[in-house]
Design a protein around this ligand. Sequence first.
Ligand code: NIG
Ligand code: FE
Length: 420
Amino acid sequence: MDYLIKDITNLVTCKSNSGKPKEGSGQSEIVLIKNGNVFIEGEKISFAGTGTELKTYLKDYKGKYEVLEGKNRTVMPGFIDSHTHLVFAGSRSDEYEMRIKGSSYEEIAKAGGGIASTVNAVRNATPEELFRLSEKRLGNFLFYGTTTLEAKSGYGLDLKNEIKMLEVINKLNLKNRYGINIIPTFLGAHSVPKDMSKRDYIDLICFEMIPQIAKKKLAKFIDVFCEKNYFDAAETESILSLGAKFGLIPRVHTDQFNSIGGVDAAIRANAISVDHLEVLKKRDIRKLSGKNIIATLLPGTSYFLNIPYQPARELIGSNVPVALATDFNPGSCMTENLQIIMSLASLKLKMSAEEIINAVTYNAACSLFLQNSYGSIEKGKYADLLIFDFPSYKDLLYHFAVNGLEFVFKKGKKSEVERF
Ligand code: NIG
Ligand code: FE
């Protein structure tokens, strides 16, 4: 079915002419068309523009199409969540309660909980169970407007189970009930398994996991948790650089609790993204400036763990492109709702509505190297777009914690967001 969404009060295209991530003042360029129109042919956007331009476009169009009213509505690109731990089993709600009573994430991890507890659950789960649990979560992602997401391994921590997780991610990407695209990242270096020395585990990652995962083409990216008691900067750099030799593009978890040189490691390994950055130092912000590395900020983790928020203003002021993501995972951010993350970015990171929208669309697409096909509303791109029952895109932040989404288009397929 083809569609015309007509007379859209706020058509937020997020268009870019450069193909590069938006940074500095460019982070605010959403390329808004007032009273705009979008035409969808099959899976792709075939037109986006003004009413006058639409008339010309329709002269050559011969088929049948459904018309959707855009008056008093805002249309924007489908959200892209560029940092998630979608695939896991089990629950850490007990840890959540321990934290509410005063234990810290680090204390819980030291006492044998944390990532290790999810590793147990994942190792005990069948691929079918992991698939079923994760596909169900995709419904929650789509409900709040996420049409593409990145998903990491990292709860297997041995060859068999890391591959099991990546195979589930790849299978979900090929086929899931919602048609969501899922981009796989190998995060073997998420933690050291209990029964192994760190040296032996790094050897396993480097000499067995990376070569096999690359050979089977199971991941596009490689990630490391650069943190005290996990992987130091030198280990991070060597794992990422080896991954890069095998064609896996580096991204890094760094500066979440401690600043231990992860930014230097990321720069040296040519990472596309540095993620977390809750305790990022000023000198590291300066180092990131002009490096074409995207800062992926995860304010949901700050909220959920009660740790500092990320220095978004300083990053944007230093011309570092910013993306925002959920970090959806059972331990440090248990939500699939990117709209909540956007609200936190507004109130806590002091980002403007325009900066936030680019951070969850175009810049997030850039961090996954998807900007040629996704991340903005432009002719030729996939028809991944959201219709909000708001006259202004600013209402998305102002009217918080209520889902104003009316329709989601994923590759031209329309779903209605159910309401009472
Ligand atoms: O991105 N920081 C490390 N990894 C995840 C948390 C994983 C977990 O607690 O299960 C994160 O916050
Ligand atoms: Fe994470």
